[in-house]
Design a binder for this molecule. Sequence first.
Ligand code: SF4
Ligand code: SF4
Length: 171
Amino acid sequence: MCSGLLKTGLISEEELKKCQLPSDERLKKGPVAVIECIQEIPCNPCEAACKYGAIKVGSPIINLPVLDEEKCIGCGQCIAMCPGLAIFLEDYTFSDEEAIVAIPYEYQYIPQKGHKVSVMSRAGEVIGTGVVEKVINSKNNDRTLVIYLRVPKLIARKVRNIDFRGGRLYE
Ligand code: SF4
Ligand code: SF4
């Protein structure tokens, strides 16, 4: 069990090491799921959500999910299915300077394609700006939106949310 998340509600760098994150080689190939799930709790909808068989929880159900990075095609279907909002998508093939990061989103203020937004790290710090490329708002997602953000590659690995506090969602 991980003290950072339990004590602060934020996943720490140390805790992240428990996750089986995509390799640098896989990240270079195209969009891929980034599963930042570190709590050993009975949970596995991510496994069922992936029709490509790229996520395995198995038995016992408290296993942490394991991503088969070669099976993952980066479709993003698993993102909204995770009740822990622990799955993201990263794509470093978008352009030379920018990457795409897809995040689950459950806040009241919903940005639209083309909006420029402040983006935040796992710790809730504003680390730069991004542009909304796409908003997936599917009934199948049970009210969890998936927002695709275009961000500088230099910060893409850290971008995990949008800052809407104080009406600063749209710049
Ligand atoms: S992004 Fe798509 S292919 Fe990859 S793990 Fe998620 S559901 Fe499976
Ligand atoms: S659905 Fe989310 S919280 Fe549950 S095991 Fe999968 S990644 Fe972890």
